[in-house]
Design a protein around this ligand. Sequence first.
Ligand code: KIV
Length: 309
Amino acid sequence: MAPGRDRRREADIVSDTPEVKYARPSAAPQLDVRKPMTVPEIRARKGVDPLTMVTAYDATFARMLDDAGVELLLVGDSLGMVVQGNADTLGVTVDDIVYHCRAVARGARMAHIVGDMPFLSYQVTPEDAVRNAGRILAQGRAHAVKLEGGAAIAPTVARIVAAGIPVMGHVGLTPQSVHALGGFRVQGREHDDAERILADAVAVAEAGAYALVLEGIPGELAARITETIAIPTIGIGAGVHCDGQVLVCYDLLGMTAELRPKFVKRYDEGFDRVVAAARGFCDEVKRRQFPGSEHTFTMRKRPLPVTGT
Ligand code: KIV
């Protein structure tokens, strides 16, 4: 959280949508007093205090993560895998990202919201890229977009930034290139490859990106990129020397059953806990223990007459 911010006070007087008014009947209406982290505040964190970013795809998770103090919420195209159940991120559309961004924006209070630009939404023409990035801000209510790629995509980054849209870059393991990379593999282990990734990071930073995700690269390379470029780096599978860290929320919560990548730390065993809770519900329904009288409504006046014999 930015210094001097009183998260609880600000959250308690928030009211900008009918949903929020419904949830908080005593809140002051109309005025939107939210102060999400700004791009200059994020840039100023370079080398100061590590940034925290977690993916979110809906309002409920956004609210919980925001309450926990997560500073940036990424509506990642990882939703293609963890929400839609696909094997990769390639099928995600701009409409999907806009839809999920809007939900996240309704749930979040203080977090800076980043919407991922999906596959083919920025690679074909810079005009497409600006239009699609603009939709993610205007319709999705995100504060910035993220896109994958290095030197080849730098002119597109510059065009989007010139349109007044903040861009977060993403280099190293870029999941939209999964087929070109031959799978979700660590990048930059060999010297030449590492030099190329460093050059990519410099190109994206010089094109005007305000932060850069480093995914799936050796810690030494991430440290070198972090000390070379002037914008904050946010790592995932890139070691501790980045200016911040990002995790997919389902990974952080241990909600994925089979996948246990090395770079993920599970802060809970969400999969087991959800299964146990749902099992408890099923057991109690079968035994007619749920709903109990405390969950059951009663009539205000005389009960219904008894019918039948
Ligand atoms: O889509 C996503 O969730 C991401 C993170 C893994 C950085 O790009």
